[in-house]
Design a protein around this ligand. Structure first.
Ligand code: FE
Length: 340
């Protein structure tokens, strides 16, 4: 494996060391991943099988940006993989990525889902939707994000922290659609409707619906797939419907997972091959089937489960617009003391 990667691996990282188990391979790619091992490993295995290029992955839970900045030009990392447009653009804004202009990537990933300057590329998409109690909420009762602030939901909504990346992105989208005053009013209304103070992750809110503590919650789509494949959480998932709310005058809020090439990229060419692979039909299908996300590449089928939720209208805001309003959105969330 790459020696520098090993030396630089700190205590907050876990590292898989494929080279110890397999014969040495001539080419390799080093990836810093914020995504979970069980999700990305099948993709890397398929890539290595096809190309003979080894993938060394360090799972970086916290401090991705700080780490890349500290390592600078000597970073062993070639690629960064993360979820949420906010985290992806934070890496880019820190100046530790390089532009990639590649015909295969540009053909596979629609323009709205990649940086116009080539510093980041989406690989999958997810919608931030409403989980609604099957026995207490008719799907037609939930239509818009704006409506979540209506007093008819008083004491009936659960959500994770307002400062979580997913909710900040949703708030940033609200801000883009309606401006500051309306967004503040919405956050206050939403807060007033909460059944309990924000806590836990998206799945904990569905558990609370199952337990009768609230009737609807905000969550990302793929968690439905995760819950259904977990023996303990299956019942939570089966107690709710997925409803796709829209913004008035827009569509359903989308976010992404994506990849960026580091400025250092010691294995540039091999890293580019991995990026191309991740945007290929084969990898997009693995993503769709194993994590129930929406493939980014047009024409790649959704998983059976995802397809069963039916079609919806994705919002028209670009990811860049959402990312740019993130600081302003976070400020509003803090101003209304959303979690307090
Ligand atoms: Fe998540």
């Amino acid at each position: 494996m790459n020696l520098r990667l090993a030396l630089l691996t700190g205590t907050c990282l876990s590292l898989t060391i494929p080279a110890l188990a397999a014969p040495a391979l001539a080419e390799e790619v080093n990836v810093y991943s914020h995504r979970q091992p069980e999700l990305v490993q099948p993709l890397f295995d398929a890539f290595t099988k096809e190309t003979g290029i080894a993938v060394n992955v360090a799972f970086v839970d916290k401090g991705m940006v700080e780490r890349l900045v500290a390592e600078g030009d000597r970073s062993p990392a070639d690629l960064v993989m993360t979820v949420d447009i906010a985290r992806l653009t934070q890496v880019v804004d820190a100046g530790v990525t390089q532009a990639v202009d590649d015909p295969a990537l540009n053909a596979a990933i629609p323009p709205a889902f990649r940086d116009p300057d080539g510093h980041w590329f989406s690989l999958t998409a997810r919608a931030r939707i409403v989980y609604a109690a099957k026995d207490r909420v008719a799907p037609a009762d939930v239509t818009t994000y704006e409506d979540l602030a209506d007093p008819k939901w008083k004491g009936r909504i659960c959500t994770r922290s307002g400062t979580s990346d997913y909710n900040v992105a949703l708030t940033a989208a609200y801000l883009a659609h309606h401006g500051e005053e309306a967004t503040k009013t919405w956050l206050e209304g939403l807060k007033a409707n909460l059944a309990r103070k924000p806590e836990g992750g998206d799945r904990d809110q569905v558990k609370a619906i199952w337990a009768g503590q609230c009737d609807i919650s905000l969550g990302n789509t793929y968690y439905m797939g995760k819950m259904l494949s977990d023996p303990e959480q299956k019942a939570w998932a089966e107690s709710v419907n997925i409803v796709f709310p829209v913004f008035e005058g827009g569509g359903t809020h989308m976010n992404i997972s994506g990849v960026a090439m580091t400025k250092a990229a010691p294995n540039h060419d091999a890293a580019l091959k991995l990026m191309e692979f991740l945007a290929s039909d084969e990898a997009q299908e693995i993503y769709a089937q194993t994590n129930h996300e929406f493939p980014i590449k047009p024409g790649v089928a959704r998983s059976e489960l995802v397809a069963s939720w039916g079609d919806f209208t994705p919002d028209t805001l670009t990811l860049k617009e959402v990312a740019d309003l993130r600081p302003a959105a976070l400020k509003l969330v803090e101003e209304v003391n959303f979690d307090g």
